[in-house]
Design a protein around this ligand. Sequence first.
Ligand SMILES: NC(=O)c1ccc[n+]([C@@H]2O[C@H](COP(=O)([O-])OP(=O)(O)OC[C@H]3O[C@@H](n4cnc5c(N)ncnc54)[C@H](OP(=O)(O)O)[C@@H]3O)[C@@H](O)[C@H]2O)c1
Length: 234
Amino acid sequence: MKRICIIGISGKLGQYMAEHALSLGYEVNGVCRPESVHKLARFGDRITLFPGRTDSRPTIARAVQGCDGVLTVLAPWGVDNYASGTASAVLDSAAPDARLIFSCGWHITRDGKDRYPFKLKALVVVFGALARLFRAVDIKDQIRATDMIFASDRLWTVVRGSDLEEGESEGLPVWSRHVGDPVLVSNLTRRTDFALFMVHALTDDRLIHEAPAIVSRASASAKRHSAQAGSVPA
Ligand SMILES: NC(=O)c1ccc[n+]([C@@H]2O[C@H](COP(=O)([O-])OP(=O)(O)OC[C@H]3O[C@@H](n4cnc5c(N)ncnc54)[C@H](OP(=O)(O)O)[C@@H]3O)[C@@H](O)[C@H]2O)c1
């Protein structure tokens, strides 16, 4: 694994992923909207930028060329299939043996066996309806995007983030297959550690064709139940 591409590199998660990837010695390409290029000024020529929308197939095709791995921020913005357009551009353009890591939240389910707290279910229904009403966000399109990934035979991993907070790293999060598993109950991860897990997934073969739901390894539930988690050494 030498060169990777970060799709959505100018957001909070994208910038953390860029920092982690550079510190591990990867060469980093990135795609972000032209109006967001300025957010990446501090990286200078340490990254190679391909300005464009993340669902632009020509932009994605250029950016992922020669990359061994692609980290994609799946964001359900607008109501014109942004997330599913982004996912399909990545699935169709990346090299056949590239590792493809996608981000989303716990609300995405792979097999329907997740058991959600009432608060999260209510939030998704209310927020989803309001956001769609104002044409700001289309959660159903993020679901379409991940269903497309789950059905693909590419080397994918879909990392499902818990609630996020800012702050210093607490180390690589632990993970489990289903929301509702005791290890995940604390439902909190530092955003920098979400990014750390995304970058880690590039080289952890145990995560191929998995949709790990993650939580901070320093959280109470992780400490209590770490023996059951798909944990990795700190
Ligand atoms: N926020 C949470 O609490 C949370 C919890 C769990 C999982 N997640 C997952 O984490 C990932 C990133 O979440 P985040 O909250 O940390 O956000 P983020 O990193 O700031 O990422 C937002 C991304 O969306 C882009 N974006 C923003 N507005 C846009 C628009 N109107 N049209 C097109 N693109 C737009 C941003 O690009 P620009 O730089 O160009 O604006 C950026 O690439 C997502 O996959 C999300 O599902 C988030």
